[in-house]
Design a protein around this ligand. Structure first.
Ligand code: NAG
Ligand code: NAG
Ligand code: NAG
Ligand code: NAG
Ligand code: NAG
Length: 427
């Protein structure tokens, strides 16, 4: 009797819960019109900075790029062929690299520590995502479907889709970063069916975000956030949320043993890319390529830690910000980019001055912000408020304090916070 009562109570609860969730949750249909209507989970826009890792068998030859196998046996690139001829026995195959993917120095704590230090959120709030390539260069089922002009879906049915469902169910990622989409239509990949499941039913349906690489013609049009191209950095405001997926090694996502220092972005370049991206409404996804034995090379580590040290001082102008609706960059001084806080009063403006425009003299004049005599100007990393003068007709001249080197903020970029600007609208 007791047991039965419990069952009824629990049945009733289930009915209530079901009705409740039907009332609240939207059901997405497997078409882009419907899928594009889903709001992005808030964590994504707020966090701004992500780390991308390309680590795989290509990290063993660590030559040319993560496209090594294709460059060697698909494109038959002469440099890659020569590299193989000079260094490996004649019958060496790509699969022979696999046992050398040894990862003996892989230390997840150390990786987590570096990523935390980079400012890509912190250990407790870090979100985990997975890259997934739809196509494969040499998979026999894929080549067969391709030969059939993608009128058959054997590869999708027996490989791609089971793998996508498995990685979501098994690892519960908050990002599915899809790629390898450009040879076949989304209808071949059954992309909208998969994404509808991801948004409606998957274990991460409320937190997951995805990108736009889901079939020919889809990129830059449909999906969660738009990536448009590798290293997309349009320099102007975009209508939809977008992401700049870029690399610290300018030429490759996978580790390259022969990359000279000049192939790595400098800190000035990295901060510039971050700032331009965020001011125009994007997130940045910064790629590092670990080695086959599990190390993050010190040059990557240093860039990430320095980025974190800059964000520790200036993060208020990056995290939880919106683009400024009036201007993305200044109208007078080049290399000055603007953001505004999502929360708090609507009259706060961050002016991020990149290294090349950091004032050498005693003043900095900006054309875009309008102020009267009631504004407050501070420089992140410097203690105290700064005096200024409104420029008649619009603009502000900020007096730069005479700082000792030890009192000055890091010079990859300076951030001025101007409270009480008069421009309309702000957001
Ligand atoms: C980690 O992030 C949370 C939320 O963003 C913040 O409250 C906390 O201070 C951060 N901790 C460190 C060590 O950065
Ligand atoms: C793809 O979706 C269509 C339409 O829902 C369905 O008929 C087909 O069986 C699906 N193909 C695969 C491989 O899942
Ligand atoms: C603002 O940025 C845009 C896009 O990068 C550029 O074309 C323009 O010249 C910049 N303005 C100034 C004053 O530098
Ligand atoms: C900042 O300035 C205030 C007032 O001048 C002073 O009390 C405080 O100790 C200073 N803080 C730092 C970190 O220098
Ligand atoms: C800046 O401060 C230093 C040391 O306090 C002083 O010697 C120098 O004259 C000052 N420069 C200006 C332009 O005020």
């Amino acid at each position: 009797m007791y047991k039965m009562a419990r069952t009824i109570v629990s049945l009733t609860t289930n009915v209530f819960l079901l009705l409740f969730s039907l009332a609240l949750s939207v059901k997405y249909e497997p078409n882009w019109d419907s899928l594009d209507k889903r709001p992005l989970p808030e964590w994504y826009d707020a966090s701004k900075v992500g780390i991308f890792i390309h680590w795989g068998v290509f990290s063993v030859p660590s030559f040319r790029s993560e496209w090594f196998w294709w460059d060697w046996q698909g494109a038959k690139d002469k440099d890659v062929i020569a590299f193989m001829q000079e260094n490996y026995r004649p019958d060496f195959t790509y699969a022979d690299f696999a046992p050398k993917f040894t990862s003996e120095f892989f230390n997840p704590e150390q990786w987590a520590d570096i990523f935390q230090a980079s400012g890509a959120q912190n250990k407790t709030s870090i979100h985990f995502g997975l890259y997934h390539s739809l196509f494969e260069w040499f998979h026999p089922l894929y080549l067969q479907d391709k030969a059939n002009k993608f009128t058959t879906q054997n590869f999708v049915k027996s490989k791609t889709l089971p793998e996508l469902y498995e990685i979501v169910n098994q690892y519960k990622p908050d990002v599915i970063w899809s790629d390898g989409d450009w040879e076949a239509l989304d209808t071949y990949w059954n992309s909208t069916e998969f994404i509808a499941w991801l948004y409606n039913e998957s274990p991460v349906k409320d937190t997951v975000v995805t990108n736009d690489r889901w079939g020919v013609g889809v990129m830059c049009k449909h999906g969660g956030f738009l990536t448009c191209s590798d290293r997309f950095n349009p320099g102007k405001l975009q209508k939809r949320k977008w992401e700049n997926a870029m690399t610290i090694d300018k030429q490759s996502w996978g580790y390259r043993r022969n990359a000279p220092l000049s192939d790595y972005l400098t800190m000035d370049e990295l901060i510039q890319t971050l700032v331009e991206t965020v001011s125009c409404g994007g997130n940045i996804l910064i790629n590092v390529g670990p080695t086959h034995d599990g190390r993050i090379p010190p040059v990557f580590e240093e860039r990430l830690r320095q980025l974190g040290s800059w964000l520790k001082i200036n993060g208020e102008a990056i995290y939880n910000t919106d683009p400024w609706m009036s201007h993305q960059n200044d109208t007078l001084t080049p290399n000055v980019w603007y953001t505004t806080p999502v929360f708090g009063p609507a009259n706060i403006l961050y002016a991020i001055v990149l290294s090349s425009s950091i004032p050498r003299g005693t003043t900095l004049t900006l054309g875009a912000p309008r102020v009267d005599n009631q504004a407050t100007v501070t420089l992140f990393g410097y203690n105290g408020t700064l005096s200024y003068k409104p420029v008649p007709g619009g603009g502000i001249t900020i007096n730069i304090p005479n700082m000792s080197v030890k009192d000055a903020p890091p010079t990859w970029a300076w951030v001025f916070r101007i409270i009480n600007i008069k421009n309309k609208p702000v957001h």
